[in-house]
Write a protein that binds this ligand. Structure first.
Ligand SMILES: CC(C)(COP(=O)(O)OP(=O)(O)OC[C@H]1O[C@@H](n2cnc3c(N)ncnc32)[C@H](O)[C@@H]1OP(=O)(O)O)[C@@H](O)C(=O)NCCC(=O)NCCS
Length: 230
């Protein structure tokens, strides 16, 4: 115990209460979670489906998202796929890319959808969509399209002129979804079967054996307009 001339030192004051982290003076929130400003207005965009609550992700949401990945991806890629997906979403995305990302919850707080995206630090004209997932019970209702249009609007208004994304060969749903949203598949070194078509693949894109399909879509002034949410 630390002693002062007047007796034991007073206990340190507890830290500020954080809604996304249990308040324990001996177990403070990780430093990277201490994001300052919320941007609630950003999440009141007409592209975001109204029946769900949308907000900026926080560091503490990472564990909740990891917990649904295998279910939402339907075990795609087996154990290797599961390991790869979990490693693609370290906590830093929920800390440092929160303003260009969005998380949806049902009225009871259940996680329903998420989008992790960011503006390229090296290519100011580009935005990048890293991960998107929708609860299987809410599929084919335009939820993911709404999340993408929300990102298109933010990025286009901030000066981006294109948006990029990748997916794994074999994820035919993802290919169909991106194509429907106006993405073009970048020519690759090999093709694989897609839905009705052969799809170009970037061989070893993310490392030996980690082939990817790469998408790009231009952003125009029309993407900034709420009308593009339709
Ligand atoms: C891909 C995914 C995000 C799409 O979410 P969603 O909310 O169901 O998609 P939307 O309802 O917005 O679909 C928009 C359009 O994409 C296309 N599309 C979406 N899912 C499709 C499917 N299973 N088959 C064919 N086309 C599909 C359709 O053209 C659809 O429009 P329509 O329903 O009017 O025909 C969702 O299936 C998912 O979470 N999959 C698992 C995770 C994943 O693979 N993520 C992508 C790689 S990171």
């Amino acid at each position: 115990m630390i002693r002062t001339p007047d007796g034991p030192a007073p206990a340190p004051a507890p830290g500020p209460t954080r809604p996304d982290h249990p308040t324990r003076p001996d177990h403070p929130a990780p430093a990277g979670d201490l994001a300052p400003a919320e941007h609630p207005a950003r999440y009141e965009h007409p592209a975001l489906p109204g029946e769900l609550r949308w907000r900026r992700p926080r560091g503490a949401d990472q564990a909740r998202v990891l917990a649904v990945l295998d279910d939402w991806w339907g075990g795609f890629g087996g154990e290797a796929g599961s390991r790869q997906r979990a490693l693609l979403l370290p906590r830093l995305f929920f800390q440092h890319f929160a303003d260009t990302s969005v998380l949806g919850e049902a009225a009871d707080g259940r996680l329903t959808a998420f989008l992790i995206a960011f503006r390229s630090a090296a290519q100011p004209d580009a935005a990048y969509i890293h991960f998107v997932g929708v609860d299987p019970a809410l599929r084919r209702r335009g939820v993911a399209a709404g999340l993408y249009r929300w990102l298109f609007a933010q990025a286009a208004a901030d000066g981006a002129r294109r948006v990029e994304a990748i997916t794994s060969p074999g994820n035919a749903t993802s290919v169909a979804f991106h194509t429907a949203l106006g993405f073009r598949i970048i020519p690759g070194q090999r093709t694989v079967d897609g839905v009705d078509v052969q799809v170009d693949v970037q061989v070893d894109y993310d490392g030996p054996g980690l082939h990817r399909i790469a998408f790009t879509r231009p952003l125009t002034h029309a993407d900034t307009s709420p009308a593009s949410a339709g």
